[in-house]
Design a protein around this ligand. Structure first.
Ligand SMILES: Cc1ncc(COP(=O)(O)O)c(C=O)c1O
Length: 415
């Protein structure tokens, strides 16, 4: 068989999701692989089972060989993102001088919240949503107001209108923290939806902060719209990094980007925030945006394949579990309510990402498959699980088969 054609960044044109064996993955020391005992297949936290993109690995290796491990400097990261955003998303008015490096996306969210809201102010989120949207906001002494997604899992403008009104009523400077694309549903917000959000936010006087960490991970059939390219978003912020798409969560560095009317706020960011990102992180994220495009395309093909494989596997092994094909991310939000499993602590506090209950607990205990528990994603999450399909087709197949067997043996009629 002919060997795969090389691509420009030096990698063979292979699906990155097929390159590591389970034995190799189990040698990893990150939370995905160390939270549970070795008989568990971990499909929970948003880490991917891929080797580093060669362009990123080369940049890091070069830095190590040179001993280039001092403090980060300059605007290379923002320039690399600006070029990537223009090529991929048609974002041509990206202003490098309106971007600043922050330690990671969530710390960036918190620091921007500190700039544009006050303690006690409300922060609106569309539930169910990434659990730290609850924990980090409340730890920063702001209060979360939920605007639940609609039954189609997209933003519900009437719910947003009502939440914005309540947010306005309970504080001086409220904000809306949007997840674009949305974790856990994988919905990629359309331009018309974002324009409607911007119009509502202007009308109610809320600042918008758009978490765009999953932006490069938009799958065939959908198109990512950067919030700052939408009319009415001039005083908004976006938080972006290469962390999810190139699996760089351990290499800390993200960018906070301000719309033209928000640049004055971003200038007030305390100096110490820029001391958080690591130089190696900046090098890695810069290399990803600058030279990791072909690797990303191979990854997106692999994720698209897994997205369809998951649909087939669920139909075969778990036909009563409902799956909306995600438009982006590598996360599948599975409605397990028809399994009739007690949803456990569904009334408890959302926000603790590693808390496991309900169907996720059943799958962990009986299938030895670790998933994220829906209840930690807030209202609308109970009875769901989030499955991370950024793994090999072999692991995905084994995991869903195990989950199917667990449900069969869990049925009361099976004794
Ligand atoms: C929507 C969203 N925001 C932020 C993060 C975390 O990003 P960081 O590690 O850069 O804070 C994640 C991680 O999965 C995420 O899904």
């Amino acid at each position: 068989m002919a060997s795969p054609a090389p691509v420009a960044d030096g990698s063979a044109a292979q699906n990155p999701l097929t390159l590591l064996t389970l034995d190799e993955l189990r040698q990893r020391t990150s939370v995905k692989w160390r939270m549970h005992p070795p008989d568990v297949l971990p499909l929970w936290v948003a880490e991917m089972d891929v080797p580093l993109a060669p362009s990123v690995a080369d940049a890091l290796r070069r830095a190590i060989d040179l001993g280039d491990t001092g403090y980060a400097h300059g605007t290379a990261y923002a320039e690399a993102l600006s070029d990537f955003a223009a090529r991929r998303w048609g974002w041509h008015n990206f202003r490098v001088d309106h971007a600043t490096v922050v330690p990671d996306v969530m710390m960036g969210v918190v620091e921007v919240l500190r700039l544009v809201t006050d303690p006690g102010d409300a922060v609106v989120v569309c539930s169910p949503v990434y659990p730290p949207f609850y924990a980090f906001v409340s730890h920063a002494d702001r209060q979360v107001i939920e605007a639940p997604l609609g039954p189609d899992q997209r933003m519900d403008l009437a719910a947003l209108d009502e939440a914005f009104r309540r947010a306005r009523a309970c504080g001086r400077r409220p904000a809306f923290l949007i997840c674009n694309p949305h974790n856990p549903t994988g919905v990629v917000h359309r331009r018309d939806e974002l324009e409607a959000v911007a119009e509502l936010a202007c009308r109610h006087g809320l600042r918008v902060i758009s978490d765009e960490i999953h932006a490069p991970l938009v799958l065939p059939g959908a198109h990512f719209t950067p919030y700052l390219t939408v009319a009415g978003a001039e005083n908004a912020f976006a938080l972006i990094s290469a962390s999810k798409a190139w699996n760089l969560a351990g290499l800390k560095a993200a960018l906070a980007v301000a719309g033209p009317q928000a640049a004055v706020d971003l200038n007030r960011m305390p100096e110490e925030v820029s001391h958080g990102p690591s130089h190696l992180g900046v090098i890695a994220h810069t290399a990803a945006f600058r030279a990791g495009g072909q690797w990303l395309d191979l990854l997106l093909d692999g994720l698209d394949t897994n997205r369809s494989l998951l649909e087939t596997l669920l139909a075969k092994h778990l036909p009563s579990v409902r799956y909306h094909r995600p438009e982006g991310t590598y996360l599948a939000w599975l409605d397990c309510t028809a399994l009739g499993i007690d949803t456990g602590q569904s009334d408890g506090e959302p926000g603790v990402a590693s808390d496991v209950d309900g169907p996720a607990k059943m799958f962990l205990d009986r299938a030895r498959v670790a998933l994220s528990s829906g209840h930690v994603f807030g209202t609308g999450g109970a009875g769901f699980v989030r499955l991370n399909f950024a793994t090999s087709p072999a692991i995905l197949t084994d995991a869903v088969a195990r989950m199917g067997r667990a449900v069969d043996t869990h049925r009361p009629s099976a004794g």
